[in-house]
Design a binder for this molecule. Sequence first.
Ligand SMILES: *Cc1c(COP(=O)(O)O)cnc(C)c1O
Length: 505
Amino acid sequence: MATNVSAPGGRAASAPLLGHESEPTMFELSVSGRSSYQLRTTGVPATPLDQLVPAEHLSKGTVALAELSERDLVAHFTRLSHRQYSVDLGAYPLGSCTMKYNPKFCDAIAADPGLNTVHPGVPAELAQGWLELLVSLEEKLCVITGMSAATLQPAAGAAGELTGLLLMRAFHQSRRDVRNRVLIPDSAHGTNPASVTLGGYEVTTIPSNDRGLVDLEALKCSLGPDVAGIMLTNPNTVGLFEEEIIEIATAVHDVGGLLYYDGANLNAILGAVRPGDMGFDIVHMNLHKTFATPHGGGGPGAGPVAVSARLEEFLPGPRAVRGANGAYEWQRPAHSIGRVHGWHGNAMVLARALAYIDVHGGDGLTRVAQLAVLNANWLRKRIEKTLPAAYDRVCMHECVLSATKLKEAYGVRGLDVAKALLEEGFHAPTVYFPLIVDEALMFEPTETESPQTLEALAEALERIEQRAIADPDSLHRAPQTTPVSRVDEARAARHLVATEDAASR
Ligand SMILES: *Cc1c(COP(=O)(O)O)cnc(C)c1O
């Protein structure tokens, strides 16, 4: 195969990419007639194509595909990967997303041909191992959350939310109970109100109090016989534990509503407290966050939904269950809302999550939560002079800091701090979320980062503060040293060019 050929544009295809130099597209690297495979000659004369495929099904023209050798293709993607930041490269404190390091052990499990060569449509008798895996995962997720049964089908957290709301609807409908509102705190993740609307309900927003928690009195005033339920995450999106959760649960149950738990923040409470014990009826989990599988730009998710016993009959189906004779089989719950996935869910994410749970064991999962909470509080305290916390209290697995002070003193905003952090070699925190905090910077260090890494992150933030004092304008232009410098975010969102000629526009 060709090596080190000169790519159109003059640059050697295998030259390392430095600084701002842009990477050509595969089409720009394409050389007619080149390919990444070769077929062995067999001695059997080749059959002309039009004898194999009826003429009307043959394409008349050529298909516009890039033609590259394997060598050049691998170099292309390797260079692109060098322009990227990832959980494998360093700390990724993107609050609410739980971007922890994903252990390679879980990838090794998912790479097992015994798992990944099985077609999801094979009869249950031929896939007993897979069904056992799914049943085992469901049982463990129920133990962790304190629920009775679960569906593993939803493909991500947001898909789990919609599934949960359809379950809520099916439950009330089965009792001929007409309800049209779902309550959501004003700090909630944007997917919550979107899911409520998709689920056919109206959103009623509950204000937070000055401690960053649900205002219980305001909640009670909003309750009535038309309330189908409430969606909460605990700890909430400000990283604080809802201390009055039992009072909230009682008040909602008293009017016949259900409690939905957005489990995106489960990482904070593993092995310490369970949503089921707090009074929740429906719980979604983000396996890709809590149980460490590549997500975001790096891979698919899984959003299983676990329910209390009274909702089990409505779960999506078919579900893998252990049959009377000990063999595993697919079963459709009696009043199932139907499928929410073409097959059984994102199976390899499910396999990775079970591997993660099993390799940690109960004590190990508790330790995950303890260290996640410890790391967030360590960072919150360490950096409080530069970026004070929005609510000066012990937080859970993430801390919401505010850049208001820097904005007022030097005109440097939270966005500038986040962009400058990229130049310092860290991923940015989540910015401007939750909406109720001015200049919010939401850091979630996760349990996988060492004290040395957290100290380096704090020092980087202190250097950014020094730059804000000395040369605030340089922060408005940051980042300058990354492969892609500061983009015009408004223009990027309004003039989306998603084709290969984007760079030339
Ligand atoms: C991530 C997240 C979601 C949505 O989950 P996806 O898997 O991204 O669809 C919902 N709620 C909260 C609080 C989250 O952090």
